[in-house]
Design a protein around this ligand. Sequence first.
Ligand code: NAI
Length: 440
Amino acid sequence: MADRYLSLSATAPGRFLTRRLGLPQPAALRRWSAEHPSLDGGLLHLTAGTSALDLPPVLARTGLTPASSPPSPSSLAAVVLDATGVRDVDTLAEVHAALHPVVRSVAASGRIVLLGAPLDPEDHHRAAVQQALEGFTRSLGKEIGRGGTVNLVRLTDAAAAESTLRFLLSPKSAYVSGQVIGVGTGAITGPDDWSRPLAGRTALVTGAARGIGAAVAETLARDGARVVVLDVPAAERDARDLAARLGGGATALPLDITAADAGERIAAEVPDGLDALIHNAGVTRDRRLVNMPAERWSSVLDVNLASVLRTTDALLAKGALRPGGRIVATASIAGLAGNAGQTNYGASKAGVAGLVRALAPRALAEHGVTVNAVAPGFIETKMTAAVPLLIREAGRRMNSLAQGGLPVDVAETTAWLAHPASGAVNGQVVRVCGQSLLGA
Ligand code: NAI
């Protein structure tokens, strides 16, 4: 179901009309393409407080050229503000002083990335102003407009955050805004070829015959992975067609992920092991709790949560995920904010976030595997095309970018989390929601 309002407001009369009526002004988002892989414009590196990060070598590898100073209007593709040295209210003022003069120079679909320090419970002054960066980031995300995004990365080691910075400073993160992403430490080895980081790796995507899962499969294949396209037997034909289109040795695995032996069946399909396990399959069976029969509850919980727990446990226990492996599960903003008619779905998706946070440290320590989640907002798929018109329109507009995301937006976020250089990103739940007004 095409977003007609988005197309209308992209025309000159549509822009005039929507502005006069005070309606949302969605901008055409700049997404990644092989022809235009980078944002247009310069990169401005600013600092607030005294920083210990060695950022310049990492920023030099993003493909963006340093901006001239002072920047001319709309000339900046991105601004990176290193605020890790903000320790008190006085140095917090340097955040304002640094960004106030340059916000106007950020181009359409530009990026502002703040870098913060991990919150230190031993130093409540520093923790206060570091937490203040979150409110700042989310507020600026709501102001920036013209398809721009604002995110905050908490880190102590710039090199460990290279894949994250490359992602946030690229068109691949078009629908990720208002996020706070924690990056840990540890030796990170970048791939030989950053344009095919998953070359030689195998990824399995559940629910991949259509929608977001198909986009994830396509994006991981673009990045060089051999992809196993898993979906229910009824979708076998679509799964096989997709595998044939992907090439690179992609195969289809017709399997209901709720089968008790799904983990064993997957392990048998990939005898050499998996490098990425993407839990994407999901269903909705909406009813208000008062009208919800037990079957609607259990079918949603079984697909969206129990099967994720079962297959994850089985594959980790069998050692089927190779060291350096990645698990990416699919949560939802409905699991963070709640949604009327979705007690079953909201519970299942909050459960996914709980699984990710609890398992992540152990999976990394014991198996060398990271565990993260994407939490999509309103994404244009068959699932959301079935939503009643008014609710669909509200879902599209109620975010800072005033439009729905595309499956590829979730796919690019998944590919960043599945990246071999993303080993210091663990236990994160990253929303792909255009900074939805729903949820924190
Ligand atoms: P979709 O309904 O278009 O595709 C889901 C796929 O999962 C289908 O191909 C389906 O056959 C497969 N599937 C369902 N049950 C399965 C099972 N038992 N075993 C194997 N495969 C199974 O859904 P969409 O929109 O692509 O969503 C993908 C994921 O993203 C889901 O987990 C969904 O909950 C989540 N999500 C989607 C949002 C959206 O706006 N579309 C928002 C938030 C989360």
